[in-house]
Design a protein around this ligand. Sequence first.
Ligand SMILES: [Zn+2]
Length: 102
Amino acid sequence: MKKVYLQLVSFLVEVDDFDEDVEKITLDYLNKDHSVNVKGKDHLVKCEQITTYYLEEGSDCGKCSNCGNWTVDEFKHDLREISIGTTHDGKLYCYDCLDSQI
Ligand SMILES: [Zn+2]
C-alpha cells in the first residue's frame, strides 16, 4: 500500500508588480515535472494547494541584517512558514545569525 505524505513547502517568489499572479508562477514551476525518479522508482509529486502570504518589509518582517535571507520577528509576527528570528539593537536577524551578533 502506498504511503502519502502532505508536505508544507515555502517558496519565496519575487515579482515587480502587485498584479503578478504569484500562485500561477509557482504552480507552473511545480507542475513542470509530476514524476520524480529516485533510486530507479518513479514517485508522483502533485501540488495540492498553495497558500500565499504577502511579505511587507518592516520591523517585524524582512531580510536578515547579516545573511539577507527573509525572516520574521517571532515576537511581532505570526508567520512560521519562513525562517524566524528577532530584533537585536534595532536590526532584524534570523536565529542562525543572531548568536554571532550578540
Ligand atoms: Zn541570517
